[in-house]
Ligand binder design. Structure first.
Ligand code: PLP
Length: 398
């Protein structure tokens, strides 16, 4: 990344921490043994994998034996959902929400096409669940709830503690996609006894291509990858050693630094958000303003295309995102914002800024210096409305 780049797209992926790279490097070169080998050269690598497992478990307050390494967050979600279905068969009932990441949303729909019952709960205009809707669902021990800990687009945090309580009272199991939450907010699977929890390395300063699934009891699922004893038979395949070491180190760093980093990052996010809402005409916050990740803000700029904002920000070296909104080549607005009932034009202009431990105050100030001009420029091109005509706050549209 050039020194001029201002990277505010950390929910898409993060910079690999220098400490993580340093920890990984020896496992490409000197320590390249196969952890399954009988000789000490491989055995020593096996021991380091177990250290990484402890580091991941430490961040979640889990037992190391409950942590299973996978290839990414999507695989972890698939392993929980498909693995449960493979164990339970056609009687599986899935209950999830309409704002899940596609790794959960599409997997649930896929399983539904293959015979599992599926209920997708709606969210309110803040992206929040109504727990009474969940309580009214029939559940039994063949029911798997799947609710994300935090939303990747808005940062909204679901009440996983309460959802888990409901699941446990009713004999159901619960999976949580915590890919965006791990390393950003404290997670304790002993205090919040979920059955499965997915995480992904590249969202917390480890590389892309490594993930993990916390599994409370491995007899609740069947594996997706068969043919090897690795990962307790839950995920066959020779381990991706350097990346596992990197994920372990990233989790150790997150555990050590989280309280301090959270406070700093939240203050920077708030400075950015308040600044934008005060200076950019027609700027509106999307998502619950309180129950939210400390690093994320999702803001719409009425009557402007989000892509236009991103392209002009890019000219200043500023990286943000339209909030997973538009799949390349498609003009469909984000399924998350649409599920929240956000009007089409507002959803189209949504821009997500996601910060990290490497974000600085100077970077935030640079964004605040250029963004109002970008918004005015794009509005001056808008066939609908000019900036001076925009009322602040804008009337809410249905
Ligand atoms: N779940 C959530 C909430 C995500 O944000 C992502 C990635 O953006 C994933 C799952 C998938 O993770 P991965 O990219 O490691 O497959």
């Amino acid at each position: 990344m050039s020194s001029e780049t201002i990277y505010l797209d950390n929910n898409a992926t993060t910079r690999v921490a220098p400490e993580v790279i340093e920890a990984m490097l020896p496992y490409f070169d000197g320590h390249y043994g196969n952890p399954s080998s009988i000789h000490r050269f491989g055995g020593n690598v096996h021991k380091q994998i177990e250290v990484a497992r402890e580091q991941v478990a430490g961040l979640l307050n889990a037992k190391p034996s409950q942590v299973y390494f996978t290839g990414c967050g999507s695989e972890s979600d698939n392993l929980a959902l498909q693995g449960f279905y493979r164990r339970q068969g056609h009687c599986t009932k899935l209950i999830s929400s309409s704002v899940e990441h596609h790794a959960v949303l599409y997997t649930c729909k896929y399983l539904n096409r293959h015979g599992a019952a599926l209920t997708e709960l709606a969210v309110d205009e803040n992206g929040m669940l109504n727990l009474d809707d969940l309580k009214s669902q029939p559940m039994d021990d063949r029911t798997l709830l799947s609710f994300m800990w935090a939303n990747n687009e808005t940062g909204v945090i679901f009440p996983i503690e309460k959802i888990t309580e409901i699941a446990k009272e009713r004999g159901a199991l619960i999976h949580t996609d915590a890919v965006q939450a791990v390393g950003k907010v404290p997670i304790d699977v002993t205090a919040t006894p979920v059955d499965f929890l997915a995480l992904s390395g590249h969202k917390l300063h480890a590389p892309k291509g490594i993930g993990a699934l916390f599994i409370r009891d491995a007899t609740d699922i069947d594996p997706l990858l068969i043919g090897g004893h690795q990962e307790g038979g839950v995920r066959a395949g020779t381990e991706n050693v350097p990346y596992i070491i990197g994920l372990g180190k990233a989790c150790e760093l997150a555990r050590k630094n989280m309280p301090e980093e959270n406070t700093r990052v939240r203050a920077l996010r708030d400075r950015l958000e308040k600044g934008i809402l005060a200076t950019c005409k027609g700027a509106l916050l999307n998502g619950d303003p309180v129950a939210r990740l400390p690093n994320t803000t999702n803001i719409s700029f009425e009557f402007i295309e989000g892509e236009g904002i991103l392209l002009l920000l890019d000219e200043y070296g500023i990286c943000a995102s339209s909030g997973s909104a538009c799949t390349t080549g498609s003009l469909e607005p984000s399924h998350v914002l649409r599920a929240m009932g956000v009007a089409y034009t507002r959803a189209h202009s949504a821009t997500r800024f996601s910060l990290s431990r490497y974000t600085t105050e100077e970077e935030i100030d640079k964004v605040l210096a250029v963004l109002p001009g970008i918004v005015d420029k794009l509005r001056s091109l808008s066939p609908y409305i000019k900036s001076e005509e925009v009322q602040v706050p804008l009337p809410v549209q249905g």
